[in-house]
Design a protein. Structure first.
Length: 218
């Protein structure tokens, strides 16, 4: 079993939270989430692909090493900047043996808009049911007053997700190896703070060196 290469960025308030034991579920705020622990087996929540077909995370990953990125939606400018940066590091991730998969609450139709707008060349899947953010313990319910302010600013969370749950993910990055084990995480409750592309690449390189699944002996 390869060594766990972990880099988790979570503020002290989150670590000290009574929920912070790696338990799945939807938290009442971004600082009360309880992310899945490093070394855990990859969950298999239900998802929908860009063609609006039912699938699961295991089917999407298909037993291969992957970088999983949870983002808030195509309506979020910070997310669009991150998605564009991921596009820049995607070729090197591919060379290292990883697939890049971005997950958001957006409906499949919204994913297609994001794909075209940002000219992305990697996989986007829909978690509008919140099954994935619940399984990873990184989902939280947006307070009603903020939902209203978003709507006044032209951002309709219900239209984007097709649901009334008002749940968003705390922006997160996970790296899973070929054995389906979570080897790296970067989670931050401030949606303006994202995992830098070079940090993701550094972690991916380190894990690749240790994982026989990425470089099998012939």
């Amino acid at each position: 079993m390869p060594r766990i290469f972990g880099f988790a960025l979570i503020i002290a308030a989150l670590i000290l939270s009574p929920l912070a034991a790696g338990a799945a579920g939807i938290a009442p705020s971004a600082t009360e989430i309880s992310p899945i622990l490093l070394g855990s087996t990859l969950p298999d929540p239900a998802l929908r692909d860009r063609e609006d077909q039912a699938t699961t995370l295991h089917k999407v990953v298909n037993g291969k090493p992957a970088v999983l990125v949870f983002y808030r939606g195509g309506w979020c400018p910070f997310c669009n900047l991150q998605l564009s940066e991921l596009r820049e590091i995607h070729p090197e991730l591919t060379e290292l043996g990883y697939q890049l998969i971005a997950i958001s609450p957006d409906l499949p139709a919204e994913l297609n808009k994001t794909l075209g707008k940002d000219k992305l060349d990697y996989t986007l899947v829909s978690d509008s049911s919140t099954a994935a953010v619940s399984a990873f313990g990184i989902g939280y319910t947006v307070e009603d007053s903020l939902v209203a302010r978003y709507r006044m600013g032209g951002i309709d969370l219900e239209k984007a997700s097709g649901e009334k749950h008002h749940v968003l993910p705390v922006p997160s990055v996970y790296i899973v190896d070929g054995d389906g084990v979570l080897q790296f995480s970067y989670v931050h409750p401030d949606y303006k703070v994202r995992a830098p592309g070079q940090v993701i690449l550094a972690a991916a390189r380190e894990i690749a060196k240790q994982s026989h699944k990425l470089h099998p002996k012939r």
